[in-house]
Design a protein around this ligand. Structure first.
Ligand code: CA
Length: 492
């Protein structure tokens, strides 16, 4: 009895696939309806969207801290669209970046690899500058290059910071389209206004002409200085346009805002509106753009088959008083290997795919490379070490994250390691004139980050077995590590 039914289902589905236009008799239609009802648990009729290759949108803020969003506990910054994304999707509370400053963090996200492996970290320079000679090596495989293999349309909108010369730009790294400022918004400083004075108590009157940064479309400079007053809005609008233009193909949008990196700018609809001041104005404009992107996905019927991620490249830049963000309850900020430097908000939204919840397992921006490659059916390169792991079990089903550890590099030195709940600091160091001097710890300082997220209480003496495991992990990592040629040091 069972096999004849299977046989009929098979026949009917083959007929359907061959698009046979022969008129189907009434009894057969009834039979088909019955069988469809019967098989609704095991067959995917009517679920086309959930089975096809998903679209990906990564929204990457600059210098936004763990404590800067409403959903992560900020008391006055209003981020209703991000809060809703977190509520409808997954909010990760132990989500990390690959480095605590711009260039290496961006390289880590796009290649799935620790920056030390591809020369995107250096003992001589922390990031790339407008007079840097080099950029991301051509033999690195970016997430955009991966997704191109499966026919994706790809756009990079916003801050690049992986090399501003033509051969290093997004259009030579797997992106069909680029619109943005190719490095930080505080570079090319030419005017009298200088945000650095803010650290000493000061100057707030900064105009866009003070920073002569170029705005590029693909490889052409279309505006200089870039009008930073409107840049956040324009980036979000570009993302919406690209989504609408590419709605019939799978697409990948990497939207890397230049803000809230200092100097801060907001368009007139947002200026002076936030209780948090200018920094809050900037974040509320970024959040507004997130809302526009989600609305566009819904309007175009793409929401069920798209995954949107929001995170930031590193923690808040703390010396600049209210112009810098907040790491919330985490210690220190940008540039450091304390939690405030490298743990970030991590929000995943995708109503057709992401199982809603708050996730306290470990994740990293490097995992986006592996996860999205796998979701698109593209093998991860096997001729090099890829540090990303596939977070799909957690994203789709609340399974345990396969990530067990986090390596905290500062430039080319391994400062700290997290294994499960525990984090060992081998080296600690101040940054931007704050948080003390460089110290080497032997034995290392040990914290339990689940019980002590602010890194206050050293428990190394009580847990020698944990330190042994972490030392083994470090030895295994270092024994296989091949450092890439330094791409950050050389200047013109
Ligand atoms: Ca940054």
């Amino acid at each position: 009895m069972f096999f004849p039914i299977l046989d009929i289902i098979l026949k009917l589905s083959i007929e359907k696939k061959l698009k046979m236009t022969k008129r189907t008799s009434l009894p057969r239609l009834y039979l088909l309806a019955f069988l469809l009802l019967l098989g609704s648990h095991t067959h995917s009729y009517g679920q086309k969207n959930s089975k096809s290759t998903p679209n990906f949108v990564i929204i990457f803020a600059d210098d936004l801290g763990y404590g800067d969003l409403g959903t992560y506990g900020h008391p006055t910054i209003r981020t209703p669209h991000l809060d809703r994304m977190a509520y409808e999707g997954q909010k990760w509370t132990n989500f990390y970046v690959g480095a605590s400053v711009c260039t290496p963090s961006r390289a880590a996200l796009l290649t799935g690899r620790l920056p030390i492996r591809n020369g995107m970290s250096s003992s001589k320079s922390r990031v790339l500058f407008p007079n840097s000679k080099n950029g991301l090596p051509a033999n690195e495989v970016t997430l955009a290059e991966q997704l191109k293999k499966a026919g994706y349309s790809t756009a990079c909108i916003g801050k690049w910071h992986l090399g501003h010369k033509e051969q290093y730009l997004p259009t030579n790294n797997g992106f069909d389209y680029y619109f943005g400022i190719p490095y930080s918004n505080d570079m090319d400083h030419v005017g009298k206004g200088n945000y650095k004075k803010l650290a000493k108590g000061g100057q707030k009157s900064i105009i866009k002409e003070d920073y002569n940064v170029p705005l590029l479309r693909n490889t052409e400079v279309i505006e200089r200085p870039a009008n930073q007053n409107t840049i956040t809005r324009r980036y979000s609008d570009e993302a919406v346009s690209f989504i609408k233009e590419n709605k019939d193909k799978p697409f990948f949008v990497y939207l890397a805002h230049n803000l809230p990196h200092i100097p801060l700018f907001a368009s007139k609809d947002f200026l002076g509106k936030s209780k948090r001041g200018l920094y809050g104005d900037v974040l509320e404009e970024i959040d507004n753009g997130v809302g526009k992107i989600i609305a566009a996905l819904k309007d175009e019927g793409l929401a069920e088959n798209t995954i949107v991620v929001f995170t930031s490249d590193n923690g808040p830049w703390l010396p600049f008083k209210t112009h810098g963000g907040s790491a919330g309850l985490l210690r220190a900020g940008k540039g450091s290997t304390w939690e405030g430097g490298m743990r970030e908000p991590g929000i995943f939204w995708g109503p057709g795919k992401i199982k809603p919840g708050v996730i306290s397992d470990l994740g990293s921006t490097m995992d986006l490379f592996t996860t999205f490659s796998n979701m698109a059916g593209i093998p991860v390169p096997d001729d090099r070490v890829v540090d990303g792991v596939d977070l799909s079990p957690t994203l789709l089903e609340h399974g345990a994250s396969p990530r067990e550890s986090i390596l905290y590099y500062r430039q080319n030195e391994l400062y700290a390691v997290r294994l499960g709940d525990f984090k060992a600091h081998f080296i600690t160091n101040g940054v931007y004139g704050q948080f003390g001097k460089k110290e080497i710890h032997n034995p290392p300082i040990l914290y339990n980050l689940s019980e002590d997220p602010s890194e206050q209480f050293d428990i190394a003496e009580d847990h020698p077995e944990v330190l042994t495991k972490i030392n083994e992990l470090v030895a295994a990592h270092k024994s296989k590590l091949i450092k890439g040629k330094d791409m950050l040091a050389e200047r013109e």
